[in-house]
Design a binder for this molecule. Structure first.
Ligand code: HEM
Length: 179
């Protein structure tokens, strides 16, 4: 996992909790890297899991809630860091349907060792969009937070339903426009 994900996560923890909380969870998590991340470095995704679990224990908040909140936060950071990805894009479905072939394809050019999920578009029309997320790292909650961040960003009335019956092909996210 790229260091930028860690630095953004710790930045959110500092903002939402405190700098002491950052130090405490880094200590608790007993990280092989020692918690000194650089944005272009690459670290085991197990470290992210350990940090989030440590934050959950200290804050009393459930891990999925923390990861989802992080996804929303990270999306806002991406909007600032990669404005070119948003040029001429003003629709949530248009943006999300391009995660795999446009956004993450470009990310891979910038960071050739990035470990990215698969986002298949199962269905896309004017009213609804169905995405199938698949990753051996199982960051479904992060994906949900990023999708919610996209919906907020474009400001359109869209409802997100996460399909409970996750198939072995992945986690399905269903988005529907409402009036
Ligand atoms: C401008 C928009 C975006 C940029 C620049 C971006 C970039 C990245 C980067 C750099 C990583 C880390 C790769 C690694 O750790 O090696 C990542 C991972 C990920 N991205 Fe994106 N992303 C964007 C939008 C999205 C959106 C909207 C979603 C959800 C629909 C998404 C879903 C994910 C997930 C779930 C991961 C975690 C890795 C995994 O699940 O295996 N991304 N992305």
């Amino acid at each position: 996992m790229k260091g930028v994900v860690f630095t953004e996560f710790l930045g959110m923890v500092e903002q939402t909790f405190s700098a002491d909380m950052v130090d405490d969870i880094i200590d608790d998590a007993q990280l092989p890297s020692g918690g000194a991340y650089t944005s272009v470095g690459t670290y085991s995704h197990d470290e992210m899991v350990a940090i989030v679990v440590a934050l959950s224990q200290r804050s009393g908040l459930p891990v999925p809630d923390l990861v989802r909140a992080f996804g929303k936060h990270l999306f806002g950071r991406f909007v600032h860091a990669y404005p070119a990805f948003f040029d001429g894009v003003n629709d949530t479905f248009q943006f999300l349907a391009g995660i795999e072939d446009i956004i993450h394809a470009e990310v891979l050019k910038l960071y050739p060792d990035a470990e990215l999920p698969r986002f298949d578009v199962e269905h896309h029309d004017e009213r609804s969009l169905t995405l199938l997320y698949h990753s051996p790292r199982h960051f479904e909650d992060l994906a949900e937070g990023l999708i919610l961040g996209s919906i907020d960003h474009f400001g359109q009335p869209i409802r997100l339903v996460r399909d409970a019956s996750a198939s072995d092909r992945g986690q399905r996210f269903h988005l529907e426009r409402h009036a």
